[in-house]
Design a protein around this ligand. Structure first.
Ligand SMILES: Nc1ncnc2c1ncn2[C@@H]1O[C@H](COP(=O)(O)OP(=O)(O)OP(=O)(O)O)[C@@H](O)[C@H]1O
Ligand SMILES: [Mg+2]
Length: 328
């Protein structure tokens, strides 16, 4: 039977971005806690700027220059990643933790062939060379359904389509058999057919390797397809989290309800993306007191503007931070 123990545990993670001159602090991730079991897929969903990528980048410890993790713990396989040295993190990122970035082109160097970029982690982390290396590389390209791998390995990124590049990035991400793969909007740039193929691929990898997956997405269709659980983020915090069916059938936070109500049936490209919901997302550098969703919330109460609601339990594994949920 598959090992279903906890692989990742994030406790009260806080990541801030200090603006120029140091007088503006953006609370990009503001007290996020969750855990992830082996073989489980967790979705992170929320509007643009809600802290989804910053949460992912914090776990990987690959934050932009101005960002700092100022609090919390990230336990991976029983070790706190926040106490690891840069060198230890590099090793872990090669071997056990892996991420597909929001923009796949950022991960590829236009000056090197796809083959040399795929070979690099296999050489440095798995010590492969010669025919072993070659075999592993062609095997990986077949695993991500790239035909004529021999030919493709000799090509440069600009010689490939977006869907092909996404699969190459996927192949690099799984090349050293990670235990955790974080995919940040892995299919946004792809057309619907290629998107479906890429989701198939993620699913296959997860199931065959008992991989734990975190999928950042705007798309409830993607979440429904892949995820066991989802967490909904707003203004750097988790406002609701639960099993995917619970969130669909019994959403409790007004923000989650608004997101679900805003799913269009299909857009011109056939992709179910979130329409914007009424009102502006808050400025994470200048949050109001109380619940940051209050100014946009249709069922706002007096208390919401004063006090941030704690997390209330709704059902097994289903929580929401909203005063409406709280029985008075
Ligand atoms: N490189 C950066 N420098 C400064 N601020 C940043 C940087 N990246 C993100 N931020 C800020 O951090 C906050 C969270 O951003 P994040 O990228 O995590 O959002 P997101 O949920 O991934 O959004 P999207 O759906 O657009 O990718 C936002 O307020 C954003 O403006
Ligand atoms: Mg993002």
């Amino acid at each position: 039977m598959a090992d279903t123990g906890i692989l990742l545990q994030v406790k009260d993670l806080r990541t801030q971005i200090v603006g120029r001159g140091g007088n503006r602090i953006v609370k990009a991730v503001d007290g996020v806690s969750f855990d992830l079991r082996r073989g489980e897929t967790l979705g992170i969903i929320g509007e643009s700027g809600s802290g989804k990528s910053m949460t992912a980048l914090s776990i990987m410890r690959v934050l932009p220059e101005a960002a700092r993790i100022v609090g919390g713990e990230i336990w991976f396989n029983g070790e706190n990643l926040l106490t690891k040295s840069a060198a230890e993190m590099r090793r872990l990122r090669g071997e056990a933790l892996s991420m597909i970035l929001q923009d796949p082109m950022v991960s590829l160097d236009p000056l090197f062939t796809v083959g040399s970029q795929l070979a690099e982690p296999l050489r440095s982390h798995m010590g492969l060379s010669g025919s072993g290396l070659k075999e592993r590389m062609t095997g990986l390209l077949s695993a991500v359904s790239i035909p004529s791998p021999e030919l493709r390995l000799k090509q440069y990124p600009h010689q490939m389509s977006g869907g092909m590049l996404q699969r190459i990035v996927g192949a690099i991400a799984i090349s050293c058999d990670p235990q955790l793969l974080i995919a940040d909007e892995p299919t946004t740039a792809l057309d619907p057919t290629v998107q479906a193929q890429f989701l198939d691929l993620l699913e296959r990898l997860r199931d065959s390797k008992n991989l734990s997956l975190i999928v950042v997405t705007h798309d409830f269709g993607v979440a429904a397809r892949l995820c066991d659980r989802v967490m909904v983020m707003y203004a750097g915090r988790i406002v609701e989290m639960g099993p995917i069916r619970e969130i669909f059938d019994n959403p409790r936070h007004p923000y989650t309800k608004a997101l679900l109500a805003s799913i269009p049936d299909a857009t011109e490209r056939g992709v179910r993306r979130l329409k914007s919901i009424d009102g502006q997302p808050p400025d994470l550098g200048n949050l109001p007191p109380g619940c940051p969703f209050a100014p946009r919330c249709g069922s706002v109460m007096e208390r919401c503007r004063r006090e941030y609601p704690p997390e209330f339990a709704i059902a097994a594994g289903h929580v929401a931070s909203c005063w409406q949920v709280h029985a008075p």
